[in-house]
Design a protein around this ligand. Structure first.
Ligand code: NAP
Length: 288
């Protein structure tokens, strides 16, 4: 199907610091092409000092909306007119919608992670135990998502312990039935918790370019076959972390399904149209 950009084309896009490897422009423009929508999705690489100006620019340029990615998901909330209640609670926004000059903020990573666990992982979260590596914007969405689904225990490990403590402090009162524990990111701390866990998620950026030969867990013996091991990274498609997990017999998922499912929710917020998740996933897997 041929796509034409004309005077009525609506602009959507993604704002991030280093977005050369982002798959979002490919995914959204493929959906746009398939549905013959008069939209165009563009990458906006923005320096940290320009984040506020860029967000104001959404209004000035009448951009319909944007995704927000690394490392701006938390900071961006301060620049919005109407962050949705759950995005405020999570403390991270990955989707902005421009409603006639009023900027609303949402977090579609939560539903993206939830759907990918259900659809791709065939994983039932209720009553299970999870180990989460990292405590940045993505970790907040992942932890919130599994708490909403009734996880029994979440152990968060992060290099900067204060950030993990803040997640516990922000979420505990909303989910009193679940136990949240926080630890510094060391293998000694992790060993004990992984043994009894059902789900292990890497939400750190360790394994992304330029750190593709790095893994957050060096000791391969920590992985076991009863774990579902999830890496939020999708480029490379199989990180060293996932290769280690696979060698240990664990089931693995990379970040592509989450990216697709969160993207579909964002697309719906901008256009009112929700494409079929499985179809989009298949389409992108064939290209990527
Ligand atoms: P972020 O807010 O910048 O957080 C980065 C996290 O990685 C922090 O916990 C940070 O620890 C940790 N980290 C980075 N380098 C480290 C190192 N050398 N040693 C130990 N810890 C390190 O980023 P984010 O938005 O959460 O994104 C994190 C990852 O998730 C990225 O790879 C991103 O592409 C991916 N992601 C994927 C999806 C998807 O749909 N698949 C969605 C969202 C994010 P400190 O707190 O100590 O700095």
């Amino acid at each position: 199907m041929k796509k034409t950009i004309n005077g009525k084309t609506k602009i959507i896009g993604v704002i991030g610091k280093n977005i050369e490897n982002s798959l979002s422009p490919l995914i959204h423009n493929q959906i746009i092409l398939k549905c013959s929508f008069n939209f165009c999705y563009l990458p906006f690489q923005i320096a940290e000092t320009n984040l506020g100006k860029a967000i104001q620019g959404i209004k000035a340029l009448n951009i319909r909306g944007v995704n927000i990615t690394l490392p701006y998901k938390e900071r961006v909330i301060d620049f919005l007119d109407e962050p949705e209640e759950s995005a405020r609670r999570i403390g991270a926004v990955n989707t902005i919608v421009n409603n006639k000059g009023i900027l609303a903020g949402y977090n579609t990573d939560v539903i993206g992670f939830k759907k990918s666990l259900q659809e791709e992982g065939k994983f039932t979260t209720k009553g299970k135990k999870a180990v989460i590596l990292g405590a940045g914007g993505a970790a907040r969405a992942v932890v919130y998502s599994i708490l909403e689904e009734g996880i029994k225990e979440v152990c968060i490990f992060n290099r900067t312990l204060e950030k993990a403590k803040k997640i516990k402090q922000d979420f505990s009162s909303f989910f009193p039935e679940s136990n949240i524990y926080v630890f510094p990111l060391t293998e000694e701390n992790i060993k004990d918790k992984i043994e009894k866990a059902h789900l292990l998620v890497n939400t750190t950026s360790i394994g992304m370019p330029p750190q593709i030969d790095k893994t957050p867990l060096l000791d391969e013996k920590l992985f076991h076959p009863d774990l579902l091991v999830y890496d939020l990274i999708y480029h490379p498609a199989k990180t060293l972390f996932l290769r280690q997990a696979e060698r240990a017999g664990a089931k693995i998922i990379n970040g592509l399904p989450m990216l697709i499912y969160q993207g579909i929710e964002s697309f719906y917020l901008w256009t009112g149209f929700k494409p079929e998740g499985e179809e989009v996933l298949e389409m992108i897997k064939q290209i990527f």
